[in-house]
Design a protein around this ligand. Structure first.
Ligand SMILES: NC(=O)c1ccc[n+]([C@@H]2O[C@H](COP(=O)([O-])OP(=O)(O)OC[C@H]3O[C@@H](n4cnc5c(N)ncnc54)[C@H](O)[C@@H]3O)[C@@H](O)[C@H]2O)c1
Length: 344
């Protein structure tokens, strides 16, 4: 058995830095040998900070390095398809951030190349590894709430991204709600067959989103192939917290995920009782980002396919594309469900 997986991280922005830090210092069996970012000075800065031996502005440096076993792609979504294909063709295993690709049309070609080159690929749906979501999955599988009937989710973020990010993000359904589409499939153990979605720009300061057919608040109604239904609320303008919640109602009970608390401390004064609120995604999902990377490296060490594959990535992408289409047309959209059932 291979003892160490040598990795390169591509893209050292908001999230890439966290993945690089985890691989450099916290994931047993991983060695971070190269960090890459085209932005002048960024790769060198991160390499020095994390004690990584090599850095570059060019992804080909990692693809053509025989020492490197796996690449972690944390670049803007529009670059994923091309980078995955180049990595696979150079024999590298791949961890890619969500979404798998920006366009649904590209997903099939990406999956075909991964299969042809016989490399593993994990998609960064880290909620599956978050201790609360993982425990909910375990309890549902154990039958604790009976048969799942209804899925409910709210993802409210208060950190409105800048215009350049919105322009290339693919829209709120692809960029944000996709996490809930994936976790819906995971928790319900059912596939989505149709969606009806809508949305609005609720804040005057976000009117620029209109140019990109985007909204700061959206909703999606889901219908599942097992007869269940659900709804997903998605918001970029929560003024109070990074508020991520989920719920599954079953025939015997319900399970709720997410408390919004950062520390388990309650302040009591004559004015009332208060507790803190989580403010951003690195705080809420710090553990999950580490646990998903531990899983990726462990899987490679054991020469096994990791969970949360490119096929799962395509399934969530298909829901997001249908939700975007439904928002634009105002009509319910049926999914083709061209995915394998066994991957949830
Ligand atoms: N799982 C999650 O919770 C989560 C959270 C945030 C972002 N993401 C995903 O991560 C990806 C990156 O998002 P971000 O917010 O970190 O973006 P970002 O804009 O902060 O960072 C992207 C970085 O990639 C670099 N880059 C651009 N092209 C590159 C290339 N060809 N090779 C190497 N580096 C390149 C940029 O210079 C930049 O530093 C997106 O796909 C996004 O959807 C996922």
């Amino acid at each position: 058995m291979q003892e160490v997986i040598r990795c390169a991280v591509l893209g050292l922005g908001r999230l890439g830095y966290w993945h690089a830090e985890n691989l450099a210092h916290k994931v047993k069996g991983a060695e971070l040998v190269t960090v890459i970012d085209p932005m002048e000075g960024r790769a060198e800065e991160v390499a020095k900070e994390l004690g990584v031996a090599n850095w570059s502005r060019d992804p080909d440096v990692a693809f053509h390095d025989d020492q490197i076993d796996a690449v972690v792609i944390v670049t803007p979504t529009a670059t994923h398809a091309e980078l995955i294909k180049r990595a696979a063709k150079n024999g590298k295993h791949i961890f890619v951030e969500k979404p798998l690709t920006q366009e649904l049309n590209d997903a099939d070609e990406v999956i075909a190349v991964l299969q042809q080159e016989n490399v593993f690929c994990q998609v960064g749906f880290m909620r599956r590894f978050d201790p609360a979501y993982a425990e909910a999955k375990r309890r549902i599988e154990a039958g604790d709430i009976g048969k799942p009937l209804y899925f409910k989710a709210a993802s409210r973020d208060g950190n409105v991204p800048h215009e350049e990010f919105i322009k290339y993000s693919g829209g709120i359904f692809l960029d944000v709600a996709i996490h809930d589409y994936d976790i819906a499939r995971f928790l319900m153990n059912q596939d989505v067959t149709s969606v009806q979605s809508g949305g609005n720009i609720l804040l005057e300061s976000n009117q620029f989103m209109k140019k990109y057919n985007d909204v700061d608040q959206g909703f999606t109604y889901l219908t599942f192939d097992g007869g269940a239904t659900g709804d997903v609320e998605t918001m970029r303008i929560a003024p109070y917290a990074y508020d991520i919640r989920g719920e599954v109602v079953g025939t015997e009970g319900a399970i709720q995920i997410g408390s919004m608390r950062s520390t388990d401390v309650k302040l009591l004064t004559p004015n009332g009782s208060t507790h803190d609120l989580i403010q951003d995604f690195p705080s809420r999902f710090k553990n999950a980002y580490l646990l998903e990377m531990i899983h990726f490296i462990d899987s490679l060490l054991q020469d096994q396919a990791p969970l949360c594959t490119a096929v799962d990535g395509k399934a969530a992408l298909e829901i997001a594309a249908a939700a975007t289409e439904s928002y634009l047309s105002g009509k319910e959209v049926e999914l083709k469900n061209s995915i394998e059932k066994s991957v949830i």
